[in-house]
Design a protein around this ligand. Sequence first.
Ligand code: 2PG
Length: 338
Amino acid sequence: MAAGVYNQPIVAFQSHSHINNFNHQQKFNNLVRLVTKDFIGSNFLSRRDCRVIQSLASQTSVVDTVSSPSKSKTSDRDTHKKSNEASLILIRHGESLWNEKNLFTGCVDVPLSKRGIDEAIEAGKRISSIPVDLIFTSALIRAQMTAMLAMTQHRRRKVPIIMHNESEQARGWSQVFSEDTEKQSIPVIAAWQLNERMYGELQGLNKQETADRYGKEQVHEWRRSYDIPPPNGESLEMCAERAVSYFRDQIEPQLLSGKNVMISAHGNSLRSIIMYLDKLTSQEVISLELSTGIPMLYIFKEGRFVRRGSPIGPTEAGVYAYTRRLALYRQRLDDMFQ
Ligand SMILES: O=C(O)[C@@H](CO)OP(=O)(O)O
């Protein structure tokens, strides 16, 4: 797959009316009814959901009080069979106050600008009917603000809750004591491994002035090459070592178990993850640019990631008709919240 600017849809989304054209309309309607019933009955969280959240127990405090997995009669193998598709949303944070000033930011913890706040809210509207069960963000405020602002727009109206595992006390003091409330929550896991690449001695410098001083080509190499680090900073390759390892170790298992995941992170940590997902070469990744605040949707199915593009159209309906599972989810939201 060719690299390039990832803020355009790669494939044309099918329109919402696609749902009406299923050959097995009756079967589909029955399925919608069935799932809707399940959905309301279970308050959105199946036993499988509970079990998956339970698996986060080592990282989260909220999950500790979710019902015991031992009550479930479904085996892990069945779980995998049933939930062999999950959504993955990647979003680069909205514009930060240093993006606005054209400064190298890296691991400096800068908040969103006013425009970045608007971008995050707009992004939230675009993904407002895509299921999100778990959120991963970097440890930096611009990614966390983006995730939180985006979720204010989600139609399911679950509450994103940041997990605090920095100490036993932090874990204990942030516990939730209502199972119902937990079911209406989305765990948010902040991981430094998803942070922006450390930009070394470029952090805080103006990008234009740096190019004027060291030459456009040198600065482009620092910014976009795969293996050349900026002075005393991380190359994309070094950034990938931590970000992709984290993705493979902590995020992929969640997708495998059927969890729908959103990752809110940064230009370069996401470039390295996209390089892994789309199997880009170190040459192709050079021209991979990510816009701020544009969510990208992937479907994880049978161990493969399929990019569905970025829902940037005037309506997002087509995106949800794209797979039957997403269409059903949207249908359930329509039924519940219209
Ligand atoms: O300054 C930074 O941290 C990054 C992202 O804003 O810059 P670049 O565009 O060079 O990847």
